[in-house]
Design a protein around this ligand. Sequence first.
Ligand SMILES: Nc1ncnc2c1ncn2[C@@H]1O[C@H](COP(=O)(O)OP(=O)(O)OP(=O)(O)O)[C@@H](O)[C@H]1O
Ligand SMILES: [Mg+2]
Length: 239
Amino acid sequence: MNPIIKLENVYKTYRMGEVTVHALNDLSLDLDANELTVILGASGSGKTTLLNLIGGIDSPSKGTIVVDGKNIGKMNQRELTDYRRNNIGFIFQFYNLIPNLNARENLEFVFEYVLENNKGSKNARAQELLEKVGLGERGSHFPHQLSGGEQQRVAIARALAKDPRIILADEPTGELDYRTGLKILDILLSLSKENRAVIIVTHNRELARIATKVVRLRDGKVLDVKKNDTPIPVSELEW
Ligand SMILES: Nc1ncnc2c1ncn2[C@@H]1O[C@H](COP(=O)(O)OP(=O)(O)OP(=O)(O)O)[C@@H](O)[C@H]1O
Ligand SMILES: [Mg+2]
């Protein structure tokens, strides 16, 4: 079976005056659905750049990125926007919720294109997703009335709004304490079992133990890829 995401000889090069930075430097990688991939690498190794390319936020300087059989490197801006909308759920370190919308509204505005302007069905779908991340009672709370972990769960619910096949999480537990972090990882792990590719980028090597695939990046290249046939349960993580 073909992998859902296939990167081949991908380069991302930034020119800053005289200086050229190879954020990704001949990177090749296959990623699958039903897999929790953890991508490890030092600061500056190209982790965020890689997520941005897979997520269609940015395009490669060279090389191909094929997702579900389509070369997204060749898409124009309009096609990329559709691709992102239909396939990708992003989760960031700092949650990125809209402060003056409550939890339910932070989800509802994402449904605009999906459910047109049917307020009732948007509301019901938002509620369903909040329940999925254990926040069914918190829909009316504004971000400042939620803990960090709760805000991150709202962000995950929002990422699920379009039922994406690919979930990209950039240091999703970076701001959270240990226990709260475990809760988030547990949700991401269960999402990976729903025929989605879940990709977590982190500095934290301990997280590799729950992954089914571990990719190490160095200087914009893949250092190695390891399959993990015996991932430990999230509850046994220590960091
Ligand atoms: N827009 C940009 N313009 C110029 N250089 C960039 C740009 N984005 C990233 N870079 C450079 O590319 C390299 C990879 O950056 P990237 O953000 O992917 O690293 P990272 O692994 O996510 O690091 P961190 O763990 O600190 O988030 C770095 O050297 C960075 O300075
Ligand atoms: Mg980064």
